[in-house]
Design a protein around this ligand. Sequence first.
Ligand code: G1P
Length: 295
Amino acid sequence: MIPKKIRTAVFPVAGRGARFLPATKASPKEMLPIVDKPLIQYAVEEAIAAGAEKLVFITSSSKQSIENHFDRNPELEHALSESGQNNLLSIVKKIVPPNIACIYIRQGAPLGLGHAILCSQSVVGNEPFFVHLADDLINSEIPCLEQMRKYFELYNASLLGVEYVHDEDIHRYGIVATEVDSSGASRVTKIVEKPALKDAPSNLAVVGRYIFTPEIFKKLSLIKFSVDNELQLTDAISSLINDEPVYVLPFDGTRYDCGSKLGYLKATVQYGLEHAEIGVKFSEYLKNITKPQNK
Ligand code: G1P
């Protein structure tokens, strides 16, 4: 019997971030800020809000600033303390609460998302776990992984966060077909990685939130290189659905694809408008620059 408590969240962060070059030449895409917090910190906060205590980052050689971000920085803390900047000091010290363990595993070669998740097997063990892709930033009242955790507790099966996408975006996602099973939940009957529109089983796309039972590791260890010549998580899910149910959850919230420039800018505007310190002024500024000009 699989335990229902999810303690571990896996963050695949080894990707190159080519769509954001030159910004990502020397700095990981996951460290790009939305207003004043890097994307990876939003990811970590979401996982912790859903109960994760063990954070597993699948990294690569160019991602050391992620480790630094979640580590203490005594020199900075000392300087902030000396200059009486206690508010900033407390922000810096509280990035990761003390009961949370951060574990870093290097993915030696960029072999794909499936391979990245397989790298976490020895740390995750025989338990269900979250997978969070930091590019997909989700703004919601209840954090997306928390919505999924509650759903998982009802069905005790793997679960994919999904949303409908336009025809022209289908080729960028894993796309699923589903049917309602006897438990009343939507079960995946087919999943295809980045299909052409004509081959897509629906418009329902998998976004970067997953809960997996440990069975996924057996499937990941058997997959072959496929789309983009990578080991694809989608192929492991496609095999898993033959053995056990995999459900989908169309979560509540707005997703921003922060791996794309437009999505990143939209997120920046939205989080800027909601920001306690600058929201009101930013809103006034936007109203001014979007006012129809008198000619
Ligand atoms: C990955 C997955 C894809 C999923 C997407 C969500 O693709 O392979 O199935 O739909 O994340 O963002 P990537 O964006 O890494 O190419």
